[in-house]
Design a protein around this ligand. Structure first.
Ligand code: F6P
Length: 321
């Protein structure tokens, strides 16, 4: 009997998820396997919302943001009943492996399934780039580029009005979106959760820039920094007297067509996942390190230390002299 994989996308959607689902469906067809799409993440697994996903079903999807499978942060999956039903459904639908494309919480769910004897593979799908076993997650590059384009627009108006603009980007507890978009967008100040924030120091740097003749500034603030953007605005205004505005990019940076880098990464990861399933391998993550596709034991992979941001944090500081 042909091997059968189920694919689901879970948690916050990320540009490139569709490219990954497409790669799973097409690789399965190429290898003579069957692919089933599972709707709405773990909620759909619990409800048995599964359907065959052939190579033509994923036509015209590689360029689309979001996820054609829909996504959810499943509360039901956290309950013993919901979890038990999810395990049952895998058996009922005779899935040899469930490919979970998602972020931190979703891959922790995958660990639980694997522990319960359900064969799974975990693929990094999140704009946050906060998974330790891979250099890049699906969606991160697109989110950075979207933030970059917003920084460019904000800089035009900020310069015209000689303002300071705080742009808040996503990333949960991880500063990668902020540091990558901040450096490449030439931000004057970048605030990330990996480093404590000193508001007096921020004000001093902003005023020093004015003295050097720089009449507008962009501050990129990661959402995980423990001061919210409006409070930061009030504090800087009060302490420096500068004109400050706030732009929160929010979901704008999670949507949109995936970049070439995300489409390629997603295609490579989806392809490898199906090959692993064909070979009877499960309980693994699939990621990319130093340009190579790598697979690691799911539990150990999620426990790996994250790459430190120190070098990029220092680079950002040295490039704004
Ligand atoms: O994990 C992706 C992410 O976009 C985070 O950057 C953000 O904190 C969160 O999801 C927002 O989640 P929700 O879609 O539940 O509002």
């Amino acid at each position: 009997m042909a091997k059968r994989i189920g694919v689901l996308t879970s948690g916050g959607d990320a540009p490139g998820m569709n490219a990954c689902v497409r790669a799973c469906a097409r690789t399965a067809a190429y290898l003579g396997m069957e692919c089933f799409g599972i709707r709405r993440g773990y909620d759909g697994l619990i409800a048995g919302e599964m359907f065959p996903l052939g190579p033509r079903d994923v036509s015209d999807t590689i360029q689309r943001g979001g996820t054609i499978l829909k996504s959810a942060r499943s509360a039901a999956f956290q309950t013993p009943e919901g979890f038990g039903r999810a395990c049952e459904m895998v058996k009922n639908f005779k899935l040899d492996c469930v490919v979970v494309i998602g972020g931190n919480g979703s891959l922790r769910g995958a660990i639980d399934l694997q522990r319960a004897g359900v064969p799974v593979l975990g693929l990094p799908g999140t704009i946050d780039n906060d998974l330790p076993f891979t250099d890049f997650t699906i969606g991160f590059d697109t989110a950075v580029n979207t933030a970059l384009s917003a920084i460019g627009n904000v800089r035009d108006t900020s310069a015209s009005h000689e303002r300071v603009t705080i742009i808040e980007v996503m990333g949960r507890e991880c500063g990668d979106i902020a540091i990558y978009s901040g450096i490449t967008g030439g931000a004057e100040i970048i605030l990330v959760p990996e480093e404590p924030v000193d508001i007096s120091d921020v004000c001093r740097r902003l005023l020093e820039e004015r003295n050097k003749g720089k009449m507008s500034s962009i501050i990129i603030k990661a959402e995980g920094v423990d001061i919210n953007a409006n409070t930061l605005d009030e504090e800087i205004t009060k302490r420096s007297g500068l004109d400050v505005k706030v732009v929160v990019l929010s979901y704008i940076q999670r949507g949109g067509a995936p970049s070439a880098a995300d489409r390629l990464l997603a295609s490579r990861l989806g392809h490898k996942a199906v090959e692993l399933c064909r070979d009877g391998v499960s309980g693994m993550t699939v990621g990319v390190r130093d340009g190579e596709i790598v697979w690691d034991d799911l539990e150990s992979a999620m426990a790996m230390p994250r790459k430190p941001l120190d070098e990029l944090i220092q680079l950002a500081k040295e490039l704004v002299v």
